[in-house]
Write a protein that binds this ligand. Sequence first.
Ligand SMILES: [Zn+2]
Length: 111
Amino acid sequence: MAAPLSRAELSAAERSLRSHIAQLASGERFLRGTLSERSSKCGKPNCHCVNGEGHKSLYLVQSHAGKVRQICVPKPLQNPVRQAVAEYQKMRQLIDEVSELQWKRFLKRKA
Ligand SMILES: [Zn+2]
């Protein structure tokens, strides 16, 4: 097992990335998945959707334990869920950037 990470050995850029990750992880809701907007016809003969666009709904789609699962997001939760999905993406991107720095360190000195 490697020695624990010392902040002193990190570049200012990496320290800043890691602080941002910690901030998101402790202060934001986050949710992995993609959002899918769908519209469907309800089948009632007199409904406006017969000729129009259909009823819009928002689904959260996620792969989980090797399978795809999805859930319909009710209207009042759509904004918070969009926000949580965006926070997850942001955090994921920051983690990937830190991983890239580690990759380069590994190439240079095998550690
Ligand atoms: Zn309808």
